[in-house]
Design a protein around this ligand. Structure first.
Ligand code: SDX
Length: 426
C-alpha cells in the first residue's frame, strides 16, 4: 500500500500522507489540507472520518469482530469480570492478581457518595426519567471534586477514573430507588461490583438481601458487553467536551446525555417497547411492513459499523436465555424477538441494507426479567460505558498532539448584507 494519496484539483495536486494502523483501514491524513488548499473535507455524521488515533477498541464491522486491547469480546464476556475489563481498558493490559486486588480495592473504597449529595435527588419529581437524573447528578458531582479540574495531572486523571467507575452504580441505584420511592441503600465493601449494584437496586431495609450468583454473573457480563465501543456518538461527545479541558465529570455527563438518544443507547428501551407494541408473533408481518414503508425503524437493529452480526448481540441473546431459565420466566416477548429476528434476517429489505440485531435487541428482555423497568435500561448502559468514556478521555490526554476539537462547515447561508430598519423590510 502506498504511503501517500495525491488529490488533483484543477491544475493543482496535493500529496496527503497515508497513516497505517495495526489492523483495519489506514487513514488519509488531511490535517494540512485546508492550509494548503483553502478547501475543507466534508463528512457530516463522520461516515468516512477517523477523529483520533486509539489503541483501546477495534471493530471490524464486516466480520462482526470487537476487540478490547486485542481481546475478543466473547472471550472477555465468558472468562473475565467487568472490573478486570475496566483495568484492561484503562491501562492496556489484563492485570496481574496483585494489580487486580489493588485496583478492586481502589474502586470498592470510592463507591460512597458525599452525604450532602443525596439531597440532590430530592430536586427531581419522582417520575423524572432516570437518564435525566443521571445527566444532572453526574454533572453535579463535578462540584464535589474541584481537584479533578487539574486534568493535566495524570494522578488526578487516574483518581477521576476510579471515582467515576466506583460511583456510577451508587448514583444509578439511587436514580432507580428514587423513582420507585424506596430508601437509598449504602454500598457494602464486602460485595463484588455487580453484587453491590444489584443489592443497592433491589434490597429493602425490611429484610436481608441474598445475592443470586446467576443474576450477578449476568449483570457483570452485561456491563462487559457495554463497556466500550470505539468512537461512537457518546464517546466522541466525551472526547470533544474533554478536549477543552472541562471537568471530567461534566464530560461524562455530556456522554450520558448523548447516549440517551433513541438512535444510540436509548434503543434498548425503544426495542423492548417495540416488542411490547408488536405483542404477538402474528403481528410481526404487519409491523415489518411498516418498517419497510419507512414509518419507523426496527429498534435494536442496524449499526453504523456492524454490517454483520453485532458480536455482543450473540452473547446478549445467550445471557437472556440463562436469566429467563434461572428465573423460570417464560417471556412471550422472547418468542416475538426470535421470530422478528428470523423474519428480518430473511427479508431482502434488511439483507440489502445489512441490518442485523445489535446489542440493544435482546438486552431489554433480559433486564426486564432481572426486575429493571424499561426507563432504567439506558442507565445501565451508561453505568457500563463510563469506563469506556473515561478510558478514551484519558487516552486523549496522553496524546501529545492533543488539540481542542473544532470542526468547520460548508456555509450555504446568506452572504454579507446590511442591516435594514423596519420600514425597509418585507
Ligand atoms: C448503539 O456507534 C456505536 O457503536 C453505538 C453502539 C455502542 O455500543 O456505542 O453500538 C450502541 O447505539 C447501537 C445502535 C442502537 N440503535 C438502534 O437500534 C436504533 C435503530 N437503528 C438505526 O437507527 C440505525 O441503524 C443506526 C442509527 C444505528 C445506524 O444508522 P446509520 O449508520 O446512520 O445508517 P442509515 O440510517 O443511513 O441507514 C441506512 C439504511 C437506510 O435506508 P435507505 O435510506 O437506504 O432506504 O438502512 C435503513 C435506513 O432507513 N435503516 C433501518 C434501520 N437502520 C437503518 N431501517 C429499519 N430499521 C432500522 N433499525
Amino acid at each position: 500500500m502506498t504511503d501517500k494519496a495525491t488529490l488533483t484539483i484543477g491544475d493543482k495536486s496535493y500529496d496527503l500522507p497515508i497513516l497505517k494502523g495495526s489492523t483495519g483501514p489506514d487513514v488519509v491524513d488531511v490535517r494540512k489540507f485546508y492550509g494548503d488548499s483553502d478547501l475543507f473535507t466534508f463528512d457530516p455524521g463522520f461516515t468516512s472520518t477517523a477523529s483520533c488515533e486509539s489503541k483501546i477498541t477495534y471493530i471490524d464491522g464486516d466480520a462482526g469482530i470487537l476487540l478490547h486491547r486485542g481481546y475478543p469480546i466473547d472471550q472477555l464476556a465468558e472468562k473475565s469480570s467487568f472490573l478486570e475489563v475496566c483495568h484492561l481498558l484503562l491501562n492496556g493490559e489484563l492485570p496481574t492478581a496483585e494489580e487486580f486486588a489493588k485496583f478492586e480495592h481502589n474502586i470498592t473504597y470510592h463507591t460512597m457518595l458525599h452525604a450532602q449529595f443525596d439531597s440532590f435527588f430530592q430536586g427531581f419529581r419522582r417520575d423524572a426519567h432516570p437518564m435525566a437524573i443521571m445527566t444532572g447528578a453526574v454533572g453535579a458531582l463535578s462540584a464535589f471534586y474541584a481537584d479533578s479540574l487539574n486534568v493535566d495531572d495524570p494522578k488526578q486523571r487516574e483518581i477521576s477514573a476510579h471515582r467515576l467507575i466506583a460511583k456510577m452504580p451508587t448514583i444509578a441505584a439511587r436514580a432507580f430507588q428514587y423513582s420507585v420511592g424506596r430508601p437509598f441503600v449504602t454500598p457494602r465493601n464486602e460485595l463484588s461490583y455487580s453484587e453491590n449494584f444489584l443489592r443497592m437496586c433491589f434490597s429493602v431495609p425490611a429484610e436481608d438481601w441474598v445475592p443470586n450468583p446467576v443474576l450477578t454473573r449476568a449483570m457483570d457480563r452485561i456491563f462487559i458487553l457495554h463497556a466500550d465501543h470505539e468512537q461512537n456518538a457518546s464517546t466522541s461527545t466525551v472526547r470533544l467536551a474533554g478536549s477543552s479541558g472541562a471537568h471530567p465529570f461534566a464530560c461524562i455527563a455530556a456522554g450520558i446525555a448523548c447516549l440517551w438518544g433513541p438512535s444510540h443507547g436509548g434503543a434498548n428501551q425503544e426495542a423492548l417497547e417495540m416488542l411490547e407494541e408488536i405483542g404477538t408473533v402474528e403481528n410481526i408481518p404487519a409491523y415489518v411492513q411498516g418498517v419497510k414503508d419507512k414509518k419507523y425503524k426496527l429498534m435494536g437493529f442496524g449499526h453504523r459499523v456492524y454490517k454483520n452480526f453485532d458480536p455482543r448481540a450473540k452473547v446478549m441473546q445467550k445471557t437472556c436465555y440463562e436469566v429467563l431459565e434461572q428465573l423460570g420466566i417464560n417471556d412471550p416477548l422472547l418468542e416475538v424477538a426470535m421470530e422478528l429476528e428470523k423474519v428480518a434476517l430473511s427479508d431482502p429489505y434488511f439483507i440489502d441494507r445489512k441490518l442485523y440485531p445489535n446489542i440493544d435487541f435482546y438486552s431489554g428482555i433480559t433486564l426486564r426479567a432481572m426486575g429493571f423497568p424499561t426507563n432504567m435500561f439506558t442507565v445501565l448502559f451508561a453505568l457500563a460505558r463510563t469506563v469506556g468514556w473515561i478510558s478514551q478521555w484519558k487516552e486523549m490526554f496522553e496524546d501529545p498532539s492533543r488539540k481542542i476539537g473544532r470542526p468547520r462547515q460548508l456555509y450555504t447561508g446568506a452572504t454579507q448584507r446590511d442591516y435594514a430598519p423596519f420600514e425597509n423590510r418585507g
